[in-house]
Write a protein that binds this ligand. Structure first.
Ligand SMILES: NC(=O)c1ccc[n+]([C@@H]2O[C@H](COP(=O)([O-])OP(=O)(O)OC[C@H]3O[C@@H](n4cnc5c(N)ncnc54)[C@H](O)[C@@H]3O)[C@@H](O)[C@H]2O)c1
Length: 332
């Protein structure tokens, strides 16, 4: 498989490129708008060619697949360009910045008959996959309630454009809330949302303070630091979401999903199954679980999918995900 990388920043260097190489794929080209940074990454990984525009790379190369690792507001146009050039696409999260964009990306994948996957690596954790298998085997029964938490005490990223509304489309909700929202929906088999009550706000990000993920420019902070929502679904289930870049809470970083089913409940992370059996209440944890790097598994799953019939399920789910997110932002 010949692979091209669009955007050679943090996630491309630490996850996509090394995992493609580890999987035996051939990363032949990178594109970065700053040539020197593209060249430095190409040199680091022994990649032959560097481009400054997506158009140039797609015209010059014959690629099987492309990873999109750029700021969120660029995903849609780059994904569609890559699909139209005949490539399968793995695009980083969040898929887009609106349901309208996510739908255009889905339609482009269908037209091109190419697979479109998104970088929700929490899905690929070994504990998530174990829980998914248990849910599919009926261990939890009907999941009627979920909680998705993505809370950082002082965790505004001090690099990149994470605080720029124009380039990222949003803050805590689109950057970290989206991970746990997607994970809960994935485990619930993506039920159809019927109602969303949401709230987003800027409370702490616009004033300087302690930065556990580097220093950020409080004057240029144009995204929400807090997002909270309640979603109800057509199968009778409900989900509560709480996401924050900065919150006065005890833990530095909480990424957590809780599920309540009619036969049992589950908490991630770590994985605990809560049941009632033989007149007693149990909390069950795996005594042994082979751990796999979720980014490795994500790349492996994507490469496998590229060899099969095109799959649109993740692209369809992205439209549902962004429909919920749009409705939360609409109530800001
Ligand atoms: N799966 C995860 O947990 C995870 C973690 C980090 C980042 N991400 C996602 O990956 C994407 C990139 O994040 P990152 O941390 O690598 O950011 P980064 O800032 O380190 O890298 C972004 C790259 O995009 C390029 N870029 C910036 N503006 C551009 C423009 N206008 N045109 C073309 N290229 C441009 C930059 O040169 C850089 O190479 C984002 O969508 C982010 O949400 C996902």
């Amino acid at each position: 498989m010949k692979i091209g990388i669009i955007g050679t920043g943090g996630i491309a260097k630490t996850a996509h490129i090394p995992q493609y190489i580890a999987a035996g794929a051939d990363v032949v080209a990178v594109m970065n708008r700053t040539r020197e940074r593209g060249e430095a990454v190409a040199k680091q990984f022994g990649i032959e060619r560097v481009y400054e525009t997506v158009e140039e790379m797609l015209a010059e190369e014959t690629l099987d697949a492309v990873s999109i690792c750029t700021p969120n507001a660029l995903h849609k146009q780059q994904v569609i360009a890559a699909l139209e050039a005949g490539c399968h696409v793995l695009c980083e999260k969040p898929p887009a910045i609106s349901a309208y964009e996510a739908n255009e990306m889905l339609e482009a994948a269908r037209r091109a008959e190419r697979t479109l996957h998104y970088g929700f690596h929490y899905r690929h954790r070994s504990d998530t996959q174990l829980l998914k298998r248990m849910i599919e085997a009926g261990e939890l029964g009907h999941i009627y309630a979920a909680t998705a938490l993505a809370l950082r005490r002082r965790g505004i990223p001090g690099w990149g454009v994470f605080t720029n509304k124009e380039l990222q489309g949003g803050g805590a909700l689109l950057d970290i809330g989206v991970h746990m929202l997607d994970l809960a929906l994935y485990l619930m088999d993506y039920p159809k949302p019927v109602d969303v009550v949401g709230h987003v706000g800027q409370y702490l990000g616009t004033r300087p303070g302690v930065g556990l993920m580097g220093d950020w420019d409080a004057d240029a902070f144009s995204v929400e630091d807090t997002a909270r929502a309640m979603v109800t679904f057509d199968n009778g289930a409900s989900l509560f979401l709480d996401a924050s870049f900065m919150a006065n809470v005890d833990a530095a970083d909480t990424m957590r999903v809780e599920l309540r089913g009619t036969n049992g409940g589950a908490s991630l992370f770590p994985l605990v199954i809560h049941t009632e059996e033989h007149g007693a209440l149990f909390d069950k944890t795996p005594a042994h679980l082979a751990l796999e790097d979720p980014y490795a598994r994500q790349i492996h799953t994507f490469l496998e999918a590229c060899r099969q019939e095109p799959s649109y399920q993740q692209a369809e789910q992205a439209v549902t995900l962004h429909t919920i997110i749009d409705r939360i932002y609409a109530q800001a």
